[in-house]
Design a protein around this ligand. Structure first.
Ligand code: 5GP
Ligand code: MN
Length: 334
């Protein structure tokens, strides 16, 4: 948590006169949107207006969240996003650890004179004016709750705050399953339910919204999962043509990589996908126990994330990327 002195400083910055914005990472997921909107609703309840800006669009299955329609999408509203970032007094940076994780907004963020407040649970955060970084907490949305507690503002947690934070915690813990899910996580979830977050409604809004294109792509991916390295590593992939053929929509492939990790004996799963428009491969890594995919992705695929969940990219072709990946596995003796 921020120190008491930092909390006092932050408190003096949080006034309706200051222009306050909230930024989160590229390809926003449930925790990115949940923590950002959760913070927005909390500050709103304090009488402080904010704008949430994301680098690019986010999946439809998150667009039921209160005020999700007001999120400013940088790639569609460049000038508006630029003006807000340049003119801001305070910028909350949520669920990312480096300006390089927010695409074109990163350059504007670095140049901005605003006070920058980081709240994030990824490894190796870069420099910000105020840093609350804890890699043991399973979701940035949980950290927003801790921040509200530290500000002694739990009474301001209303139904909107509760729904957003619940969604972020639920999605980043894979439905309260992943390693850092703790008793504290569940205690916070209990408070959020008391404040109006309905588990069945949120689960159904977020996860029972499969598109037909997603299920067709999943069938294709599952049909050709490859298990290598004596059964320890699962490889999944999709080409751009396949994405086009099945009518890919944003978010359709979210969670595919976890199917690889669900195979008994598999310690690491990697999902390789050609980008729909640009010539690069987006990679998702997941792992069990002490297999550190954050380090692996940082070292070989210009990426990063968490020990057991990370992302990266490659400029080689899909086939070459997968070959390179297999060689790196040998190097690391995985
Ligand atoms: P996903 O595989 O779901 O896209 O990402 C898994 C985790 O790794 C998320 O916490 C995400 O923020 C992080 N991540 C994904 N892609 C990248 C990347 O290119 N660079 C870094 N540093 N982190 C990433
Ligand atoms: Mn997160």
């Amino acid at each position: 948590m921020f120190t008491p002195a930092e909390l006092l400083d932050i408190n003096t910055l949080l006034t309706p006169e200051n222009k306050i914005i909230i930024l989160t990472h590229y390809n926003p997921d449930g925790d990115a949107i949940g923590s950002s909107l959760g913070l927005k609703h909390y500050l709103g309840a304090k009488g402080i207006p904010t704008d949430v800006i994301v680098p690019n669009d986010f999946p439809k299955f998150l667009k039921w969240m209160p005020e999700s329609k007001k999120v400013i999408i940088g790639e569609y509203k460049r000038k508006h996003a630029f003006d807000l970032i340049s003119g801001a007094d305070v910028i909350f940076c949520l669920d990312f650890n480096s300006p390089s994780r927010i695409g074109l907004l990163g350059e504007w963020l670095s140049k901005s004179k605003a006070k920058k407040i980081l709240i994030d649970h990824h490894q190796q955060p870069e420099n910000f004016d105020f840093v609350y970084s804890d890699t043991v907490i399973p979701a940035t949305s949980q950290m927003i709750y801790h921040f509200i507690e530290a500000m002694e503002d739990e009474k301001l947690v209303n139904q909107d705050v509760a729904e957003c934070l619940y969604t972020g915690i639920m999605t980043d813990t894979g439905g309260f399953r992943f390693r850092s899910t703790s008793a504290t996580t569940h205690r916070i979830i209990a408070h959020l339910i008391e404040k109006g977050a309905d588990p069945s409604v949120i689960t159904s809004n977020t996860w029972d919204t499969n598109t037909v294109s997603r299920l067709h792509l999943l069938a294709l991916v599952l049909g050709r999962i490859e298990v290598v390295n004596d059964g320890k590593v699962a490889v999944l992939s999709l080409t751009r043509n396949e994405l086009k053929e099945f009518g890919f929509q944003k978010g359709d492939t979210e969670g595919f990589v976890n199917y690889g990790l669900s195979i008994a004996g598999v310690k690491m799963a990697a999902f390789f996908m050609e980008d729909l428009y640009d010539d690069f491969i987006k990679i998702s890594f997941r792992s069990k126990d002490d297999v550190d995919v954050n380090q692996f992705s940082r070292k070989y695929f210009s990426g990063g994330g968490h020990i057991n969940a990370a992302g990266g990219k490659s400029d080689e072709s899909l086939q070459d990327t997968i070959e390179t990946f297999k060689k790196r596995l040998e190097q690391e003796e995985l």
